[in-house]
Design a protein. Structure first.
Length: 317
């Protein structure tokens, strides 16, 4: 039985990746910062330290590096995100290479592909890279720099594949879920009374897990990167509409003018990243993952409805 290491085992995505790998017949272990994952061999290892990584990767055939620092707010210094993202990725790659791991799959982000560019109507693909010299916030910049470092790393005989998901949504299994799902929770619980003019891609966590396993095993995936998205970017207004139509939810209908959001950002630092993204539509294509890996994600409308339904039925909104 082949062994897979999934980093960051308590995370929203990692939990689903672990379950999918176990269901596919792999022996799975994971890394955690503190709390072990029930039913999975768990090794304490942090992205900011070398301790634990040699033990974590020993005897592994594959590594799925899913763990990544994600802030709850914009940091005062972008290096607070960039350094651990870059150095943590390199730390995992170094340990995997030295242990003779066959292939490592790094979870990057669409943030490393479509950010920092001027508005364009063309769809971003895996051939694109975000621009560090553009109008880009700390988090997407950290993903860009970390992925660039991964590709530049001397991997020896180890293969590398990268998955670039958009925002991850899907059914929640408890009160701990991806920060992106808070967008839908805000529309459902009334804490977002009006809708900013924001557009983004969506991906169901179950489809994200499936994409990671395909990226891990397909001979065609070695040395490639794959955008993970259910389809093109959608607006928050569309998300609110689907929640109304599919679930009968009472969601806001008023869209906040872009200039209002930008004005608020002048006095509220928490609005800074939001202000960078209002009014920007980043079209994208998932054609490569479909054609190369045979991946078939759920439609965006179903992703929205399934996410909203799980929040309502779980009592989280």
């Amino acid at each position: 039985m082949e062994t897979v290491l999934v980093t960051g085992g308590t995370g929203f995505l990692a939990t689903r990746v672990i379950a999918a790998a176990q269901e596919a017949g792999y022996h799975v272990r994971t890394t955690v910062r503190k709390t072990p994952v029930e039913g999975v061999p768990s090794i304490v290892a942090d992205l900011t330290s070398d301790e634990g990584w040699e033990e974590a990767v020993a005897g592994c055939d594959y590594v799925l590096h899913v763990a990544s620092p994600l802030p709850s707010a914009q940091p005062a210094d972008e290096d607070e995100l960039i350094i651990p993202a870059r150095d943590g990725t390199l730390r995992v790659l170094r340990a995997a290479r030295d242990a003779g791991v066959r292939r490592t799959v790094v979870t990057s982000s669409f943030a490393a592909i479509g950010y920092g560019h001027p508005q364009t109507d063309r769809a971003f693909t895996e051939d694109d890279w975000s621009r560090a010299d553009g109008d880009i916030a700390a988090y997407p910049k950290s993903k860009l720099i970390a992925e660039r470092a991964a590709w530049a790393f001397d991997r020896g005989a180890m293969e590398l594949t990268v998955v670039n998901p958009t925002g991850i949504f899907g059914p929640v299994l408890g009160p701990r879920y991806a920060s992106s799902i808070g967008i839908l929770a805000g529309l459902l619980n009334g804490s977002t009374p009006a809708i900013p003019n924001m557009w983004f891609g969506m991906l169901d966590v179950r489809d994200a897990a499936d994409l990671h396993l395909r990226a891990m095993t397909s001979p065609k995936a070695a040395g490639e990167r794959f955008i993970g998205a259910s389809g093109d970017a959608v607006s928050m207004a569309y998300i609110a509409q689907v929640l109304r139509e599919r679930l009968g939810a009472r969601t806001p209908t008023e869209v906040v003018p872009d200039e209002v959001v930008r004005k608020l950002a002048e006095t509220d630092a928490r609005m800074a990243e939001l202000a960078k993204n209002v009014g920007k539509i980043r079209h994208l294509s998932n054609a490569k993952a479909r054609s190369v890996l045979g991946w078939n994600p759920r439609p965006t409308e179903d992703v929205i409805a399934d996410t909203g339904r799980s929040l309502i039925e779980g009592g989280y909104v």
